[in-house]
Write a protein that binds this ligand. Structure first.
Ligand SMILES: NC(=O)c1ccc[n+]([C@@H]2O[C@H](COP(=O)([O-])OP(=O)(O)OC[C@H]3O[C@@H](n4cnc5c(N)ncnc54)[C@H](O)[C@@H]3O)[C@@H](O)[C@H]2O)c1
Length: 277
C-alpha cells in the first residue's frame, strides 16, 4: 500500500472528512490544526459520520478512529494533504513548513478549491511532487476528486495520487492548473448569480433554491449549497477567480460579502442565507 502514513493539515469540514476516508482505507493519519479545539471537534464529526455508515454495514467507527492521531505540529509522513482555509498566504506557509518537515520523497497535496497549484509548488524544493487533490463536501459521501497537475507535477506524482484516490473509493478526474480548476470555475458564478437574484429581490431564498431543485434536478439549491460550503470560502474562491482570470464578472456579489462581514458564514456559524439550529 502506498502512502501508509498521511498528514492532514486543517481539521475543519474538509480536513475531518479527508482524515476519515483516508483512515477508513486502512492508513494511519496524523491530523493537525492550529486552532484550539479543532481536532476535538473533527473527532466528533468523524464519529457521527462513521456511526451513520456503520448502521448501513460500514466499518467499526472505533477501529477507523484508532488510526487517526491529533498532532500539535507538522510531522513526517508519506503524503501531506493540506486543507486550511482558502487564503494563499496561509497555504504558502503550510507548504514551506511541510517542505522542511516531510522527507524529500513525500508528496505535498492541497485540497484548495481555486488557488493555482504552481503558486504552492513554488514554496517548496520539490515542485514535481506537489499536486492538487480537491475533494468535495461531504467527503465521505461525494465520489469526485479533482486531481490538479501544475506544469511541474511529475507523471509519477500524478499517477500515485490518481491511484490513491481510487483506493479511497473515489472517482478522480485529472485537470490542469488554473483559477478554480473546473468545478469552481463553473459552480461559483452560478452560486454568485443566485445571490444577485436574491439581492435584486427577484425571489426569496426558498423560492430560488426550489427552482434549482425541482427545475434543474439538483439535490440542493444554490443558496443552501453556498451555506454548506461556507460563505467565507465562496468569497475567497470568487476573489481568486476574479484576480486570476482578470475579469470582475467573477467577483463576489455585495450581498454575499455583507453576510461574511456580519459573521454569517453559513452552516458552520449557524447562520447564512438560512438559520441552523
Ligand atoms: N467547504 C467546502 O465545501 C470545500 C470543498 C472543497 C474544498 N474546500 C477547500 O478546503 C479547504 C478547507 O475548507 P473548509 O471548508 O474545511 O474550511 P474550515 O474553515 O472548515 O476549516 C479550516 C481549518 O483550517 C485550520 N487552519 C487554518 N490555518 C491553519 C494552519 N496554518 N495550520 C493548521 N490549521 C489551520 C482552521 O483552524 C480550521 O479548522 C479550503 O481550501 C477550501 O477552499 C472546501
Amino acid at each position: 500500500m502506498e502512502f501508509q502514513h498521511v498528514l492532514v493539515v486543517g481539521a475543519g469540514q474538509m480536513g475531518s472528512g479527508i482524515a476519515q476516508v483516508v483512515a477508513a482505507s486502512g492508513r494511519r493519519v496524523s491530523l493537525h490544526d492550529s486552532s484550539p479545539g479543532a481536532t476535538e471537534r473533527a473527532f466528533e464529526t468523524m464519529r457521527v459520520s462513521l456511526e451513520k455508515l456503520a448502521a448501513k454495514g460500514g466499518a467499526d467507527p472505533d477501529e477507523t478512529l484508532a488510526r487517526v492521531s491529533a498532532v500539535k505540529e507538522l510531522v513526517a509522513a508519506d503524503l501531506m494533504i493540506e486543507a486550511v482555509h482558502e487564503e494563499i498566504s496561509a497555504k504558502e506557509a503550510v507548504f514551506r513548513a511541510a517542505d522542511r518537515t516531510l522527507g524529500e520523497r513525500a508528496i505535498l497535496a492541497s485540497n484548495t478549491s481555486s488557488i493555482p497549484i504552481a503558486a504552492l509548488a513554488e514554496m517548496t524544493s520539490r515542485p514535481d511532487r506537489v499536486i492538487g487533490m480537491h475533494f468535495f463536501n461531504p467527503v465521505p459521501v461525494l465520489a469526485l476528486v479533482e486531481v490538479i497537475r501544475s506544469v511541474e507535477t511529475s507523471d509519477e506524482t500524478a499517477g500515485a495520487i490518481l491511484g490513491l484516490a481510487r483506493e479511497l473509493g473515489k472517482e478522480p478526474v485529472e485537470v490542469r492548473d488554473g483559477p478554480g480548476f473546473v468545478a469552481n470555475r463553473i459552480l461559483m458564478p452560478y452560486l454568485n448569480e443566485a445571490v444577485y437574484a436574491l439581492q435584486a429581490g427577484i425571489a426569496e431564498p426558498e423560492a430560488i433554491d426550489t427552482v434549482a431543485r425541482l427545475g434543474f434536478g439538483h439535490p440542493m439549491g444554490p443558496l443552501a449549497l453556498a451555506d454548506m460550503i461556507g460563505l467565507d470560502t465562496c468569497v475567497a474562491i470568487m476573489h481568486v477567480l476574479a484576480r486570476g482570470l482578470g475579469d470582475e464578472k467573477y467577483a463576489p456579489c455585495p450581498l454575499l460579502q455583507e453576510h461574511v462581514a456580519a459573521g454569517r458564514l453559513g452552516r458552520k456559524s449557524g447562520r447564512g442565507f438560512y438559520s441552523y439550529g
